[in-house]
Design a protein around this ligand. Structure first.
Ligand code: MHF
Ligand code: KIV
Ligand code: MG
Length: 262
C-alpha cells in the first residue's frame, strides 16, 4: 500500500506523521481531508469506549469488530489495528490467525506490544506478508506487572535496553515503532538510531510522528488528562450543549415542529 511506503519515507523528510485512534465508522469518516496520516484501532477502545480500567479485556473478535467499522467509515485511510492482550504470546500460529482476522476486517497492518518472545513472532508475520508496527516503552497490556501507567526508561541502563529492543524489532521487519511514555531524550536517541519511523505518545517532540487517543484530543473524557494529552477541541462541551438544547426543546414542546413532522 502506498500509504505504508510513505510512512517509511516520512523519516528524515521533514514531514511528521500524525496518527489518531479511531474505533468506529463515523470517526473514521471525519478524518477525511484533515491531514491525519493514519488511524490506529487501539485496544484503548476497551477504556475509552467500553469503560474498562485497562485494555486486557480486548479479544481478537472485539478488535475485528471495531476494525471493520473503521474500515467502512474510512475506506481510503491507512488502518493499523492493535493485536490484543496475549495474542502475540501464544505462538506464531495464534498470532497469524489473529492478524489474519484483523487484516480481513480491513486493517492494513497490526501493532504488537513488547519485544522478547514476540520478536520471533513478528519476524514470522512480516515474512507472511503482514506489516507490523512495534510498541515499546509503556506497554498497557503489562499493566498488572508494571503496577500502573508510569513513565518508562528513566535511567541509562533502561534506555539501552529499550534501544536494544527497538533495534531487534527493526531487524525483525517492523515498519514503524510506537514509543509510549518515555523521556524525550530517550526517544530522541532511539529515533536517531533507527531507520524506521518512531511514533510517540508521551515521548516528546523528537519522534518521527505522534499518536493521540481520539477521546483525549477531543476532551471527551475531560478528567483523563495525563501530561502528554492536549485537548485540541472540546467535544464534551459541544455534545452537552446539543443534548441540553434537545431536552429543553422537547420539554418546551418546540421539538418536533411542523416541518419535522409528517
Ligand atoms: N484514553 C486513553 N488514552 C491513552 O493515552 C491510553 C489509554 N486510554 N489506554 C491505554 C493506554 C494507557 N495510557 C496511559 C494511562 C495513564 C497514564 C498516566 O496517568 N500517566 C501519568 C503518570 C505518569 C507516571 O506516574 O509516571 C502522567 O502524568 O503522564 C499514562 C498513559 C495510555 N493509553
Ligand atoms: C495509545 C496507543 C499507542 C495504543 O496502543 C492504543 O490506543 O491502544
Ligand atoms: Mg494499544
Amino acid at each position: 500500500m502506498e500509504a505504508l511506503r510513505n510512512f517509511a519515507a516520512a523519516k528524515n523528510s521533514g514531514h511528521k506523521i500524525s496518527m489518531v485512534t479511531a474505533y468506529d465508522a463515523p470517526s473514521a469518516r471525519l478524518i477525511s481531508g484533515t491531514g491525519i496520516d493514519a488511524l490506529l484501532v487501539g485496544d484503548s477502545v476497551m477504556m475509552a469506549v467500553h469503560g474498562h480500567s485497562d485494555t486486557l479485556a480486548a479479544t481478537p473478535a472485539i478488535m475485528a469488530l471495531h476494525t471493520a467499522a473503521v474500515a467502512r467509515g474510512g475506506p481510503g485511510c491507512l488502518i493499523v489495528a492493535d493485536m490484543p492482550f496475549l495474542s502475540a504470546r501464544k505462538g506464531t500460529a495464534y498470532a497469524l490467525d489473529t492478524a489474519a482476522e484483523l487484516l480481513r476486517s480491513g486493517a492494513h497492518a497490526v501493532k504488537i506490544e513488547g519485544a522478547g518472545s514476540t520478536v520471533a513472532v513478528i519476524r514470522e508475520l512480516v515474512e507472511a506478508g503482514i506489516p507490523v508496527m512495534g510498541h515499546l516503552g509503556l506497554q498497557p497490556q503489562s499493566v498488572r506487572a508494571t503496577d500502573g501507567y508510569h513513565v518508562q526508561a528513566k535511567n541509562p541502563s533502561e534506555v539501552l535496553e529499550l534501544l536494544d529492543d527497538a533495534q531487534a524489532l527493526e531487524k525483525a521487519g517492523a515498519f514503524a515503532l510506537v514509543l509510549e511514555c518515555i523521556p524525550s531524550e530517550a526517544a530522541k536517541k532511539i529515533t536517531a538510531k533507527l531507520t524506521i519511523p518512531t511514533i510517540g505518545i508521551g515521548a516528546g517532540p523528537h519522534c518521527d510522528g505522534q499518536i493521540l487517543v481520539w477521546h483525549d484530543l477531543h476532551a471527551l473524557n475531560p478528567s483523563f488528562k495525563p501530561r502528554f494529552v492536549r485537548h485540541f477541541g472540546d467535544a464534551s462541551a459541544e455534545s452537552r450543549r446539543a443534548l441540553s438544547a434537545y431536552a429543553e426543546a422537547v420539554h418546551s414542546g418546540q421539538f418536533p415542529n411542523a416541518e419535522e413532522s409528517f
